[in-house]
Design a binder for this molecule. Structure first.
Ligand code: RP5
Length: 168
């Protein structure tokens, strides 16, 4: 299988968060690769990865990092592939990583999800890929339809909560 999505993380300590991205891509039957690279510890390897990813068939990059999280932005500076950034909560509740990833200068966007938002990163990657893939679009539509059942169940539960002045 040729990977379509590359999941990059700054350290293996990010794996517990990024496992959700891997599991979600797996559920959508999207081939992916998963690698550790660090903008600070392995800058040359980051450059090599970013400059060759497109020619290897990668179509979306998910890059996760914590603390002074430069990895997604540095990768985005060296490729035209869409880069989705995942701020990892490694310190300061993840706000340091969130701001480092989301506040990119004009011209070098990183599509940033919420802190530890690995699952949303994978869903967004799937949605990007689905623009040219009708079958994947159908799988995503079915997934989103299934989300409604959670609210249906929530309303059943809320209906059983009784208060004298609660009217439903
Ligand atoms: C970042 O620093 C990594 O993405 C990780 O979130 C954080 C801590 O890395 P380790 O010291 O656990 O390797 O580069």
């Amino acid at each position: 299988m040729t990977p379509q999505v590359s999941i990059i993380m700054g350290s293996v300590s990010d794996l517990p968060v990024m496992e959700k991205a891997a599991a979600t891509l797996n559920d959508f039957c999207i081939p992916f690769e998963m690698t550790a690279l660090s903008a600070h510890r392995t800058p040359n390897e980051v450059e090599q990865f970013a400059k060759t990813a497109k020619d290897r068939g990668i179509r979306v990059i998910i890059a996760a990092a914590g603390m002074a999280a430069h990895l997604p932005g540095v990768i985005a500076s060296m490729t035209t592939l869409p880069v989705i950034g995942v701020p990892v909560n490694s310190s300061l509740d993840g706000v340091d990583a969130l701001l480092a990833i989301v506040q990119m200068p004009p011209g070098i966007p990183v599509a940033t999800v919420g802190i530890n938002g690995a699952m949303n990163a994978a869903i967004l990657a799937a949605q990007i890929l689905s623009v040219g893939d009708q079958e994947l679009q159908s799988r995503l539509a079915a997934y989103k339809e299934a989300l409604k059942t959670k609210i249906v169940e929530a309303n059943k539960e809320l209906a059983s909560v009784k208060y004298r002045f609660k009217t439903n």
